[in-house]
Design a protein around this ligand. Structure first.
Ligand code: EPU
Length: 432
């Protein structure tokens, strides 16, 4: 297994770019099942989660080809309707196959995804929506079994305790596009990744109104056609690179971004007195000089501050002078990165769904353990700011969601390398 070694303390400088968005690409791959024609998907990031999704679609009987490094083609006729545990357990997002399987084949059997390290991950809202559409929903032997032979349009309220649901909205939209009648989804998620999915479905011939709002009206059509579609840039990768510039006191230009998707982050950074200049509609320049101040952050569904940047902002606040309260409103237990940041010297206390960060410390490098994708990004950021060497283990988490992160950071002057774990100093390696 590989590890990442970082020698911290180098201000990042230069130009970089953002890859396609993982969380847009995954449901879009699933949506390709809704037509018998070929879909060509461009700007797909090269990530292990994408390869898992391709593996599952292939298992279901689709023809999936990577035709260029970031372009895939997917074509399917009649497909299997069971997504088994061995495949689903590798990637929770495979839950978003339920909608397209129902829409195309009228039934779906998908292994129940269960929770994960960021907390409980219920799918009650997805199932409530399918039931409203006339689908029989049962859960047995660890599988969700959906029988939707009589699937039809319905009025669905999708709000839950923590707001709406991103993949739940995606699932119901994908079930509704081919269902007879009109489906109204109230309290729909309006994350850019949901918008991207809806835009792709429109290109395939779907009839969706209200895209980007909390109310979606979908009128079922008889069939969808193939299309070529380009995935949006990854706003979480853009945010992580932005924070990398600030935490190292560097200056970087990031191209290929969509400014509108970064408003909550830019607003928060401005409040912290960090300079982010918009060079053009798809390029920002971020400069850190160590003089910014601590700010409080609350994560919320879009357009609020994204939970997928919470760990990274925690790392930044750890080295920022002052007190900061970071509150998780989407996944109240998503603090697995904090014990590892504490090992690097961060002063952070967890109080309910908030992390109280007493910042301004000089982090010191240590062997640390990534627990999930965004936590691993936070540890890399902390390592870039820390003195001495940081060794990040379990980096398969980072490979799930950040394309070439080590190479991109290297090109900006970071001293970061991927090594086999056997090169870690004796005593650093975790006994797994
Ligand atoms: N929730 C329910 N019931 C449901 C569904 C969700 O109570 O039926 C709750 C969840 O427990 C959570 C909140 O609603 O508290 C939001 O969950 P959501 O369903 O929106 O999350 P998701 O769709 O499963 C996607 C991303 C996550 C991202 C969240 C929130 C993908 C593949 N995953 O998950 O991304 O954090 O939306 O924006 O799109 C990541 O990329 O690292 C990641 C975890």
């Amino acid at each position: 297994m590989d590890v990442i070694r970082i020698e911290g303390g180098r201000p990042l400088r230069g130009k970089t770019y953002v890859s396609g968005a993982k969380n847009a690409a995954l449901p879009i791959f699933a949506a390709s099942l809704l037509t018998d024609e070929k879909c060509v998907i461009e700007n797909v990031p090269d990530l292990s989660d994408i390869r898992f999704m391709a593996e599952i679609l292939t298992h279901l009987g689709a023809q999936v080809d990577r035709i260029k490094s970031n372009t895939w083609s997917i074509q399917s006729g009649d497909i299997k309707t069971t997504a088994p545990y061995e495949l689903v357990r590798k990637m929770r997002a495979s839950v978003c196959l339920m909608g397209p399987l129902l829409g195309k084949m009228g039934k779906a059997e998908v292994s129940f995804p269960g929770g994960c390290v960021i907390g409980p991950r219920p799918i009650d809202l997805h199932l409530k929506g399918f039931a409203k559409m006339g689908c029989d929903v049962t859960v047995d032997n660890g599988y969700v079994r959906l029988n939707g032979r009589n699937l039809k349009g319905a009025d669905i309220f999708l709000g839950g305790r923590h707001g709406s649901t991103v993949l739940g909205t995606a699932n119901l939209v994908m079930a509704a596009v081919l269902a007879p009648g009109v489906t109204n989804i109230e309290s729909a998620a309006c994350e850019p990744e949901v918008v991207d999915l809806c835009n792709m479905l429109m290109k395939m011939g779907a009839n969706i109104e209200g895209i980007g709002s909390h109310h979606l009206r979908i009128e079922g059509v008889q069939r969808l056609r193939g299309c070529t579609y380009r995935i949006i840039p990854d706003r979480i990768e853009a945010g992580t690179l932005t924070i990398a510039a600030v935490i190292t006191g560097g200056r970087i230009s990031i191209s290929g971004v969509k400014i509108d998707h970064l408003r909550a982050l830019i607003d928060k950074l401005e409040e912290a007195a960090i300079s982010v200049s918009i060079e053009s509609p798809d390029c920002i320049v971020v400069e850190g000089n160590g003089e910014h101040r601590a700010v409080d952050v609350i994560t919320l569904p879009y357009p609020g501050f994204p939970t997928d940047l919470q760990a990274q902002i925690c790392a930044l606040m750890s080295v920022t002078k002052g007190l900061s309260i970071i509150t998780e409103r989407v996944y109240p237990n998503r603090f697995m990165h904090i014990p590892e940041l504490q090992r690097m010297g961060a002063n952070i206390a967890i109080e309910g769904a908030s992390a109280i960060v007493d910042g301004g410390v000089q982090l010191s490098g240590a062997p640390v353990m990534a627990s999930d994708l965004r936590a691993s990004a936070a540890l890399i950021l902390a390592g870039l700011a820390a003195s001495n060497e940081t060794w990040v283990q379990r980096i398969y988490h980072i490979d799930r969601g950040f394309e070439k992160i080590d190479q991109k950071l290297q090109s900006l002057g970071a001293v970061i390398e991927r090594l086999e774990a056997k090169y870690m100093p004796a005593g650093f390696r975790n006994q797994e």
